[in-house]
Design a protein around this ligand. Structure first.
Ligand SMILES: [Zn+2]
Ligand SMILES: [Zn+2]
Ligand SMILES: [Zn+2]
Length: 152
């Protein structure tokens, strides 16, 4: 999914083209990581005076409903990112610090499918949380720095 495809999707579904929507989508496209509503507000509040959380949430929910964004809960906060363009079934490694994601193509359901009698499985969710290389290094450095500071 890219900004043009997303705007087309909105048009197809009968939603108005607004600069606000375009800017929100552009932000997700530029950042290509999970963002919370407050990140969106922070990025756009200079341009749109009086932009409210409510407006942002409503648009984020709409985008998610239309499959433009995908949502997940990280640290008890709902976060959003552009839906992956690929139809290929895959899962994500998600960095808890910066929200960047990486694709993994192994699927746990391939190795140990879950079946229960009388229950028809039509989908599943699987996410792996941790720290990306950059954020992981930063954490290590901080830990090292802490250790080298003598306790008074
Ligand atoms: Zn993906
Ligand atoms: Zn990271
Ligand atoms: Zn899977």
């Amino acid at each position: 999914m890219n900004v043009d495809q997303a705007m087309n999707k909105l048009k197809e579904e009968g939603y108005k083209h607004t600069d606000k929507r375009l800017d929100m989508l552009q932000l997700f496209s530029d950042e290509s990581r999970y963002l919370a509503a407050k990140d969106v507000l922070e990025a756009l509040h200079d341009k749109y005076n009086g932009l409210s959380f409510d407006t942002i949430y409503r648009n984020l929910s709409l985008f998610t409903e239309l499959g433009i964004l995908e949502a997940t809960e990280l640290d008890g906060e709902k976060k959003f990112r552009f839906s992956c363009s690929t139809d290929h079934h895959h899962h994500h490694l998600i960095c808890l610090d910066c929200g960047k994601t990486k694709h993994i193509h192994e699927c746990p359901m391939d190795h140990s499918p879950i079946y229960s009698e009388g229950f028809k499985v039509i989908g599943h969710k699987f996410e792996v949380y941790g720290y990306c290389e950059e954020c992981g290094k930063l954490k290590e450095d901080i830990e090292k720095a802490k250790k080298t500071i003598p306790e008074n």
